[in-house]
Design a protein around this ligand. Structure first.
Ligand SMILES: [Mg+2]
Ligand SMILES: [Zn+2]
Length: 187
């Protein structure tokens, strides 16, 4: 069976405007050109899969049911712009969480590659042909740890001050459309 290529997307700060522990559908705001970028990737044969850390669940700020409401609304917003994301993975854990059930040193919380590896098994993804896009160091590390190329979303010039150069970010862009243009032209 031929392996697929995929784009793994962080959610907060990459697909939607970052809010600390976003806990209500009302807080969702799509970032400019995100939908157009996703469409372009999919037109070029990429699966597009969201991988998001949601430790707000372990911390007791919101529960899985609330996260489902948030993702339902987000799916509807994307659908209005003609986009259907292929799959959604989230990590609800944190090693110092308040809720016992989620207080786990798991394998899925980025920078660990667990969510990416799980998706790769499910969809027969060739990780060396795939890309992790996000706005934080943990996204870049998760991508590297999974064997993907990495692309950093920089919202402004000073954004990379918290990211060490040793990570080896492969690309750095302003938004998902710019990301898709670079990668689909090169591919
Ligand atoms: Mg982020
Ligand atoms: Zn986890």
């Amino acid at each position: 069976m031929k392996k697929r290529k995929a784009v793994f997307l962080d959610r907060d700060g990459t697909l939607v405007v970052h809010e600390d522990y976003l806990s209500s559908p009302d807080q969702l705001k799509l970032l400019p050109n995100a939908s157009r970028g996703i469409r372009l990737f999919q037109e070029h044969g990429y699966l597009v899969i969201v991988v998001t850390n949601q430790s707000g669940i372990a911390r007791g700020f919101f529960d899985e049911e609330q996260l489902m409401l948030i993702h339902s609304k987000l799916k509807a917003m994307l659908k209005d712009e003609g986009v259907v994301i292929d799959d959604w993975y989230f990590c609800p854990h944190h090693s110092e969480g308040k809720i016992d059930y989620y207080r786990v040193d798991c394998d899925c919380r980025k920078p660990k590659p667990g969510m990416i590896l799980a998706a790769a098994r499910k969809y027969h993804i060739d990780l060396s042909q795939s890309l992790m896009i996000g706005d934080s160091e943990s996204d870049m590390l998760a991508g590297k740890n999974a064997g993907c190329k990495t692309m950093l979303i920089k919202h402004n010039q000073s954004d990379d001050t918290c990211i060490t150069s040793e990570i080896g970010i492969d690309y750095s862009v302003k938004n998902l459309l710019e990301a898709a243009k670079i990668f689909t032209l090169e591919a």
